[in-house]
Ligand binder design. Structure first.
Ligand code: ACM
Ligand code: ZN
Length: 524
């Protein structure tokens, strides 16, 4: 009899152990180390106190805010028991440990950001596990310093509330950069006080292309626009910063500038009127690189940009700049001659280098799309490798810091299933969760050059995304896969990711974030 009872107890303990372990592992992105003691859970309730580190109060308040839909207003205190927070500078700057015992949960961050990431992990456990946090230890730190997502607000505009919600989603996946694509051919979206025309004229287009075809019926006939005031931008920068996200603003130059050319025609080689573009793709209308007035314009814009954005890196675009206009422009040709430049690619290099010097003089550094390599830019420029991982490898081997965003892996505007069934209209391509998850950002890069790969980012181009719900569906759940590449590249596990994403799905539901169903349905 005794042995039957013992057997039953052992069986129950085994089941419990399995349950506890299984649920405990469901953290995305995967932490470095998890050790669970199978002896019980600390249960977080509405009465649990959050004991802040007085020198670093922000993470505690963010945490309480992020759980308010479950717990109401949790009490934040300066001392006592509950969830305690502190900093230990000996940890990785963005790393943390979580130690859970019957006494409470102690989170130690390598910095305030580390503390915040520890709280993100705790939030996932609480939400997906009914507040039960197993006793044990979690230690964690990120693989990459730069963990980004891009958002194109030119092709379609997203409100301040939308951008904040986007930031919330990034923060929950432990991303720390938002690359904000603020200007392009189809709309200028940032208020620049020196040139009010940029928003008065450049933020509106006549209509929007809603199909892939070119017949007139494919345009919607509706004027479309939007922009952020400088006060709104400051508000968003502050919102992101309190979630440990640096916003990298992008001001496109010298291509992808037709909206600016509409506002200020003297920026072009021919100074003729052009409309804010109503096509998607690459327009020949670009900034004149020969006239001094263009450089003055760019510097005046960037002066306001650096006043608004504390980011050390400022994105200067640089992609897809056709040289047709420059070839026929007396100013551009004169500039090439005066500077001893062999061809128009070198003229672009001259522009980029001049702007780089200007920004360096203001304590900032440039990042640009990988075409900036073609004009002979020096390794002081950070390269965003989009035209393929090989270009990223080339840049890294040549001493540039590189953010990997290669086609097609990082293009989250692409379709998510082969059949495209039920997906609506998108730009093209095909990238599913599995492809993102199994991507090796170091492929083909020497051991020596790997240190130059500072990070990874997904790009959300918005030609066919005209509301935030659509953006979220393109972002999730693929961001779950990308966040493991960014945060835990060497800790990915094909065997457990599906179970973890099922848990993440509960987390997304808790916040009402939209996600694509395909991965969960087994559709590739
Ligand atoms: C890009 O996708 N044109 C950078
Ligand atoms: Zn010109």
């Amino acid at each position: 009899m005794k042995s039957v009872k013992a057997f039953l107890m052992l069986a129950i303990a085994t089941i419990l152990t399995f349950t506890v372990s299984a649920r405990e592992l469901n953290i995305v992105p995967q932490p470095t180390y998890i050790n669970i003691e199978e002896t019980g859970d600390y249960v977080v309730t509405a009465k649990t106190r959050v004991i802040l580190d007085v020198a670093h109060p922000n993470p505690a308040y963010r945490f309480v805010e992020d759980l308010s839909h479950i717990y109401g207003v949790m009490k934040v205190a300066k001392r006592g028991k509950g969830i305690t927070l502190s900093v230990d500078n000996s940890l990785h700057n963005e790393g943390y440990t979580i130690t859970t015992t019957a006494e409470g949960i102690a989170i130690v961050g390598g910095s305030e950001a580390g503390m915040y990431y520890g709280l993100q992990t705790l939030r996932q456990i609480i939400i997906t596990n009914e507040g039960r946090v197993p006793y044990g230890v979690i230690r964690d730190e990120p693989s990459f310093d730069y963990r980004g997502a891009h958002l194109d607000v030119s092709r379609h505009f997203f409100s301040v509330a939308d951008v904040k919600r986007y930031i919330d989603i990034l923060a929950a996946h432990k991303l720390n950069r938002l690359h904000w694509h603020l200007t392009d051919d189809q709309g200028w979206r940032i208020e620049i006080k020196a040139y009010p025309e940029l928003i008065d004229k450049g933020s509106m287009r006549k209509e929007t292309l809603i199909g892939h075809g070119l017949e007139p019926k494919w345009w919607d006939g509706e004027p479309y626009g939007g922009y952020y005031t400088q006060a709104e931008i400051r508000d968003i920068v502050e919102y992101a910063s309190s979630r440990y996200i640096t916003i990298i603003p992008e001001i496109e130059m010298p291509g992808h500038s037709q909206a600016a050319l509409h506002a200020l025609p003297w920026l072009g080689c021919q100074e003729q009127d052009v409309e804010v573009w109503t096509m998607w793709g690459v327009t020949p209308e670009v900034l004149c690189a020969g006239k001094e007035s263009t450089y003055t314009f760019l510097e005046n814009v960037l002066k306001e940009v650096i006043d608004l954005f504390p980011s050390e890196l400022i994105h200067i675009g640089g992609d897809e700049c056709p040289k047709d206009r420059w070839k026929e422009c007396e100013h551009c040709q004169a500039m090439m001659k005066a500077q001893g430049l062999e061809n128009e690619e070198e003229l672009q290099g001259y522009l980029v280098t001049r702007i780089e010097k200007f920004l360096n003089g203001h304590g900032r550094r440039i990042i640009g799309w990988d075409e900036i390599l073609e004009g002979g830019v020096t390794p002081t420029a950070t390269v965003m490798a989009w035209r393929g991982a090989k270009i990223g490898a080339y840049a890294a081997e040549h001493g540039h810091e590189v953010v990997m965003v290669p086609l097609p892996i990082c293009y989250f505007d692409f379709y998510q299933t082969e059949s495209r069934e039920g997906e609506g209209l998108h730009i093209g391509g095909h990238i599913n969760f599995e492809k993102v998850y199994s991507w090796d950002p170091f492929e083909g890069i020497s051991e020596e050059a790997r240190k130059n790969i500072i990070g990874v980012q997904c790009n959300l181009w918005s030609e066919y995304l005209n509301n935030l719900k659509m953006v979220e569906i393109q972002l999730l759940p693929r961001l779950g896969a990308l966040s493991e590449v960014q945060w835990s590249v060497d800790r990915r596990n094909e065997d457990t990711i599906r179970q973890k994403m099922e848990s993440m799905r509960k987390f997304y539901d808790a916040y009402g974030w939209h996600y694509a169903p395909y991965y969960f349905e087994g559709r590739k």
